[in-house]
Design a protein around this ligand. Structure first.
Ligand SMILES: *Cc1c(COP(=O)(O)O)cnc(C)c1O
Length: 240
């Protein structure tokens, strides 16, 4: 069933790429497996899926230990500095860097492990006070600062759009993200790549692709609904 769900989402990704005149290989579909059991990840592994998304450090550790094969684990959640040590070296990309303090911690841990950690700068595009994150202007400043740090390499930007009934409501936000990515790319900062734009979830990934997403993070449409989690401490109106 999960394999069928994945194939259905894959078909929608491919169709959105065609509509937008984009190549299918320019968009990575990340299966967001957070809160879901390892068996479900294995089901998708069977059909060749390698990109998975997690948003808790402990769960990332548990899953990477249970699955010895090398997969691309994307860290997409709010990352506390004391959890950085669990994520550096396990995640192929940390999507959610929104402060210099966090970037410093990733630098420290990466240098300790002799790694360069690929990261995205997370922008709070809708400026909702319930979410962590920084504004577009702050993002430009943060990119400049993080670019100076060894041990990290900036690959692009990430955004979480607000939950909406009609995905068209988020089109403007996605467009703003693409414009911000182009603005930053135009600064030609040494060591900064603006190749990746991680945006779009179950409710709006097709619109995000039409507006330039290079990574979409899809959970519910593949794995089914998640239980609301008690262990989340941050206030949020969303079920992730
Ligand atoms: C949970 C989560 C997703 C996936 O959300 P769905 O609506 O279930 O597709 C995507 N991005 C982030 C940052 C998440 O935390």
């Amino acid at each position: 069933m999960i394999q069928d769900n994945y194939r259905a989402v894959e078909a929608r990704v491919a169709a959105a790429c065609r509509r937008a005149g984009r190549m299918r290989e320019d968009v990575t579909l990340i299966a967001v497996s957070k809160t879901k059991p390892v068996e479900m990840v294995r089901e998708l592994q069977e059909i060749g899926v390698v990109d998975f998304g997690e948003n808790h450090a402990q769960e990332l550790v548990t899953k990477t230990e249970a699955i010895p094969e090398k997969l691309n684990w994307h860290f997409i959640g709010h990352l506390q500095r004391n959890k950085v040590k669990y994520v550096v070296g396990r995640a192929c990309l940390i999507h959610s860097v929104s402060s210099l303090r966090l970037a410093e911690e990733i630098r420290k841990e990466s240098e300790k492990k002799g790694l360069v950690t690929p990261v995205l700068i997370e922008v709070n595009i809708a400026d909702e006070s319930t979410k962590s994150g920084i504004s577009a202007e702050e993002a430009i400043q943060l990119v400049r600062q993080v670019a100076e740090l060894p041990g990290l390499s900036i690959r692009g930007l990430m955004a979480i759009a607000p939950p909406v009934e009609d995905p068209e409501e988020n089109r403007g936000y996605f467009r703003q993200m693409r414009e911000l990515k182009e603005t930053i790319a135009g600064l030609h900062l040494p060591g900064v790549s603006m190749e990746e734009l991680s945006m779009g979830m179950t409710g709006d990934f097709e619109v995000a692709i039409e507006e330039g997403a290079t990574m979409v993070r899809v959970g519910t449409a593949i794995f089914g609904a998640r239980q609301m989690m008690q262990r989340r401490k941050r206030k949020t109106t969303q079920s992730f």
